[in-house]
Design a protein around this ligand. Structure first.
Ligand code: AMP
Ligand code: GLY
Length: 424
């Protein structure tokens, strides 16, 4: 079968790398891809939200399945677009429809879903400009820190955590009255602060049955010791030592099962990934958020730990027989270190030549913001590479990853040297 992966990050490189190993995949295409995906498939110069161009490529290359990496095209209804068009409705889409994608596209929608299905999550209320004074009162009823979330998609920046009540009120006003996050903050969810350690749980579902993929921990902050600005993710580790079997069992019983059953009962026909941000609060799981896709860089640690054929699992999702599919996980530890452009997550420069790539053999080098030009690799984004080591222990895995990180060179490169520091 010919398959198209939509997206251009390390997540899409990892998914494509894995799919390319399947005997069930004939031609693999990536749109738009990066300099790394060229080594596992054919890049198509199409942007992720250009559904018409994606349709033409699907017809031209006889593509029978598309795997959607990022949330944007899902929230914009790529699956609905395919289902509504007779010429492409036979193509399987791995990813939910626009209704399902609202679990990520609207914080309020996802909180309401959790409430309907008794899924543990922080207490919350939502507000618009019309009832902003109720918002102030709600803030007064909580104790600090205060958590304010823009309801809509805000490129991962729409969550504010504030220590001070008067600043929280000013920020609420900035979000509702002054469109701090544009249309995304026309509505704001305010919620109770959850304490504990966070982990990411990934579920693949055909709408009724599910497989729980390896869990991961993401290192979000730019600075060592997990301080400084939030980024898309500076590293990831899988498995997560503090998520022992007992805790993951609770996650499955209290979160995963009611989520999939809820989606099924409400007729979502959800097919794809669910990425659940979970807080381990004194051994009890609390849902922080749903995403309707895989995480990046978590995917670069999670996918290498899946031993089974990913294409076989995706066929199970598409055909509704995922429960019959073999699913085996590699017990080794995967550690991912992200190499970024200096300045990221604020201003940074692109178009720096990358050298030292050919010498790398011990770890898996997934490309994110890279492009190929004049047979050379150039930086093309904030996060540039995700380097994954795999070994029996976290320490050995990190050694493999960092060995290769040190060989890859580009101007103003930056990375954290302490991935996994808290999990020894
Ligand atoms: P979200 O986009 O909802 O995942 O929020 C971004 C980040 O803010 C999460 O990954 C958490 O680290 C943090 N966060 C969100 N909600 C809460 C909460 N209720 N309590 C504590 N931290 C939170
Ligand atoms: N690494 C977090 C995310 O993909 O949203």
């Amino acid at each position: 079968m010919n398959v198209l992966v939509i997206g251009s990050g390390g997540r899409e490189h990892a998914l494509s790398w894995k799919l390319a190993q399947s005997e069930k995949v004939n031609e693999l295409y990536i749109a738009p891809g990066n300099a790394g995906t060229v080594s596992v498939g054919t890049n198509l110069s199409i942007q992720v939200n250009d559904f018409e161009a994606i349709k033409q490529a699907v017809l031209l290359h006889d593509i029978k399945m598309i795997v959607v990496g990022p949330e944007d095209p899902l929230v914009n209804g790529i699956r609905d677009f395919f289902e509504a068009d007779d010429t492409i409705s036979h193509v399987s889409v791995i990813g939910p429809n626009a209704k399902g994608a609202q679990l990520e596209g609207s914080k309020e929608y996802s909180k309401q879903f959790m409430m309907r299905h008794n899924i543990p999550t922080a207490k919350y209320a939502s507000f618009t400009i019309a009832n902003i004074s109720d918002g102030y009162k709600f803030l007064e009823s909580l104790s600090p820190p205060y958590v304010l979330k823009a309801d809509g998609l805000a490129a991962g920046k729409g969550v504010l955590i504030l220590e001070n009540l008067s600043i929280a009120k000013l920020e609420l006003e900035a979000m509702l009255s002054h469109a701090k996050f544009g249309a995304a903050s026309k509505k704001v969810v305010i919620e109770e602060f959850l304490t504990g350690i966070e982990l990411s749980v990934f579920v693949l579902t055909d709408g009724t049955s599910y497989k729980i993929l390896p869990e991961a921990k993401d290192y979000k902050r730019i600075g060592e010791g997990d301080i400084g600005l939030n980024t898309g993710g500076m590293g990831a580790i899988s498995p997560v030592p503090f998520a022992q079997d007992g805790f993951l069992k609770k996650v499955e019983e209290q979160v995963v099962k009611p989520t999939v059953e809820g989606l099924n009962k409400e007729g979502f026909n959800y097919k794809g990934f669910i990425f659940i941000g979970i807080m381990n609060q004194d051994g009890e799981p609390q849902v922080v958020e749903y995403n309707v896709r895989m995480g990046d860089p978590e995917t670069e640690a999670v996918i290498p730990r899946i031993k089974s054929d990913l294409m076989d699992l995706f066929e199970g999702v598409a055909e509704g027989n995922l429960s019959e599919k073999e699913f085996e996980i590699d017990p080794r530890t995967a550690t991912t270190v992200v190499m970024v452009s200096g300045g990221y997550p604020e201003e940074y420069e692109k178009n720096k030549e990358v050298t030292g790539l050919l010498e790398n053999t011990e770890s898996l080098i997934f490309h994110s913001g890279t492009k190929l030009e004049d047979s050379k690799v150039w930086t093309n984004g904030g996060r540039v590479f995700a380097v994954t080591g795999m070994a029996n222990t976290q320490k050995e895995a990190l050694k493999l990853a960092y060995n290769d990180v040190q060989k890859i060179k580009f101007d103003k490169v930056n990375y954290r040297t302490d991935i996994g520091f808290d999990l020894k």
